[in-house]
Design a protein around this ligand. Structure first.
Ligand code: SF4
Length: 301
C-alpha cells in the first residue's frame, strides 16, 4: 500500500501525522485518532485508500448545498473514519470504524487491519461511475458521509482526475484539517459544506478538537471555492441565542453576509438519546441568522 502524505518519521519507528491538527504520535502497529492511518514499520499508511463504504446519487441539496448548481444531482461517496468524536454523530456507523475494523486472522507484525464494511473503488471506477450518471443530472462527485480529509491521498488523486474530466468536486467536511493539505487540495475543489458544530471552544473540546482550525479552514476555503456552512442544532447543547449570534456574526463578518447557513435538526443517534431538536429552537436560530445573513435554510426536519 502507498505511504501517506503529510507525516514525519521519528525515532524508534514512531511517526507523527500532520494531516490534521491532532498531529497524532503513532507507534508501530497503531493507528491515529481517526482509526484509518496506521504506522506500519515506521511508515504511515492510509488504510482507506480506494475503499468506499457508501455510493449514492443524491440531489445536490441533500449535501446540503442549496446555492451551487441547484436542481442537479451529485454522485456521493464516503469511506469510513473521522477525526472528531461527536457523541451525537448522525453517521456514526461509518464515522467511527473501530467496530468495522477487524484484525486479519493470520497474525502479522505489525498487526494488519482489514476494513470490514468497505469495498474497493479505484479512481478510474469512480470516474466511470460519475460519467454514467451525467444523463441523470450528475455534475461530479461529493466526498461525504464520513470525514473526507482523512481520505486525503485518494481524495487528491480522484479530485485531480475529476477536474481534468470537467466534473465538479464537492467536500462535506468538519473542516478539521491542517492548512498545508487543505491548500494542496483546494485547486481541485469547487464547493464545500463545512460543519461548524458550535461557536464554542469548550464544545469542541468535548469532541476532542478545537474550534480555531475549523474557522481557519472555512476562511481559507471561502477565498477559493463556493462555501456553505452547516450547524447541527442539538437541544441544550448549542441552541442558546448568544452562541448562535456569535456564529452568525462570525460568518457575516469573515465569510460575508451572502454565505448560506444551514441549521440542521438533530435526531437521536449513537449514545445520544435526547429527543429531536424542537422546531421552536430551529425557528429562533433562523430569526437570529436572518438579521445578518441573506440565505438561511432549515434542514433535516
Ligand atoms: S488524520 Fe488521523 S492520524 Fe492524522 S493527525 Fe488526524 S486523527 Fe491523527
Amino acid at each position: 500500500m502507498q505511504a501517506a502524505d503529510y507525516y514525519v518519521e521519528l525515532e524508534n519507528d514512531k511517526v507523527r501525522c500532520d494531516l490534521c491538527p491532532h498531529q497524532c504520535l503513532i507507534h508501530p502497529g497503531h493507528v491515529g485518532i481517526c482509526f484509518v492511518r496506521q504506522n506500519q514499520n515506521g511508515r504511515l499508511v492510509p488504510l482507506t485508500y480506494g475503499r468506499v463504504s457508501s455510493v449514492h446519487l443524491d440531489p445536490i441539496e441533500k449535501k446540503p448545498l442549496h446555492f451551487f448548481h441547484p436542481g442537479t444531482t451529485i454522485l456521493s461517496v464516503g469511506s469510513v473514519g473521522c477525526n472528531l468524536a461527536c457523541q451525537f454523530c448522525q453517521n456514526w456507523e461509518i464515522a467511527k470504524p473501530k467496530d468495522l475494523i477487524k484484525k486479519e486472522s493470520a497474525p502479522a507484525d505489525p498487526p494488519s487491519f482489514v476494513l470490514d464494511a468497505t469495498r474497493a473503488l479505484s479512481v478510474d471506477d469512480l470516474l466511470s461511475t460519475a460519467d454514467k450518471y451525467i444523463g441523470l443530472g450528475n455534475i461530479g462527485v461529493a466526498f461525504t458521509y464520513n470525514e473526507p480529509f482523512i481520505w486525503f491521498e485518494y481524495l487528491l488523486e480522484a479530485t485531480r482526475a475529476l477536474k481534468e474530466r470537467g466534473l465538479k468536486n464537492i467536500l462535506v467536511t468538519n473542516g478539521y484539517v491542517s492548512e498545508e493539505p487543505l491548500r494542496a487540495l483546494l485547486p481541485y475543489i469547487d464547493a464545500m459544506n463545512i460543519d461548524i458544530k458550535a461557536f464554542d471552544k469548550s464544545f469542541y473540546q468535548k469532541l476532542g478538537g478545537e474550534l480555531e482550525p475549523v474557522l481557519r479552514c472555512a476562511e481559507i476555503a471561502n477565498a477559493e471555492c463556493h462555501v456553505e456552512i452547516t450547524n447541527l442544532l442539538i437541544p441544550e447543547m448549542n441552541t442558546d441565542e448568544e452562541k448562535i449570534t456569535m456564529l452568525v456574526d462570525w460568518i457575516a463578518d469573515t465569510l460575508g453576509p451572502k454565505t448560506p447557513l444551514h441549521f440542521s435538526r438533530y435526531f437521536p443517534a449513537r449514545r445520544f438519546n435526547m429527543p429531536p431538536t424542537p422546531m421552536a429552537d430551529l425557528d429562533l436560530a433562523r430569526k437570529v441568522a436572518e438579521r445578518r445573513l441573506k440565505s438561511v435554510v432549515i434542514g433535516n426536519v
